[in-house]
Design a protein around this ligand. Sequence first.
Ligand code: 5GP
Length: 222
Amino acid sequence: MSSEHGRRTADGSGASGSSGDERPASGAEFHDLRFVVISGPSGSGKTTIVERLLTQSPVKLVKSVSATTRSPRPHEVPGVDYHFLTPAEFQARRERGEFLEAAQVHSSGHWYGTLKSEVRHARELGGWSLLEIDVQGAREVMRQCPQALSFFVRTPSEADLERRLRSRGTESDEVIRMRLETAQRELAEATCYHHQVVNHSLEDAVREMVGHLVQWERSSND
Ligand code: 5GP
């Protein structure tokens, strides 16, 4: 096992203790770091895939713990699942240039973002920074960090996506409708990613992605 997903400091400043960054957002600082960007509609299974990759990838991956203004769900642990910030804290940190990217997701009014401190943490651990982010964030990371390897995870069909969302039994019809609409918009951007992974089965999807990671590592070491 070569991954890292440990508990982080509550303010998202990372184990290194670095807490701020006055510089403007720029991927140049991270030109020497590899990124793995994973997006996909809610219900596509990307979160489970990420968990598997963190334990099964032969390439060392360090998951970036995102910041968000949404409230924690019952099972979520601050600093592990997300850094939960108030809207004011989020915007203050955004203005200080602490985010590599930040976006309002799902038309819900909630902000999500990748803290530069999380990315630095991956570098300190000698791993690749794994970002599970939406299409807006992915677009921004790919723009700033052209060395990023990107995956878009999708279900075999839209009907499958709806079935998966409904089978969770946790969301209202209204939320499901909104997520399906968001999915339509996200699917339209799938071709911007290096690889589209159809999640027929978890094992196959993970195996396929590990194959791409290994190949990518080899090709950039050549
Ligand atoms: P959830 O609230 O269900 O955990 O996540 C909702 C969406 O936010 C998902 O599509 C997820 O990929 C996206 N997301 C999570 N973290 C980030 C982030 O740091 N930046 C961006 N742009 N999107 C994120």
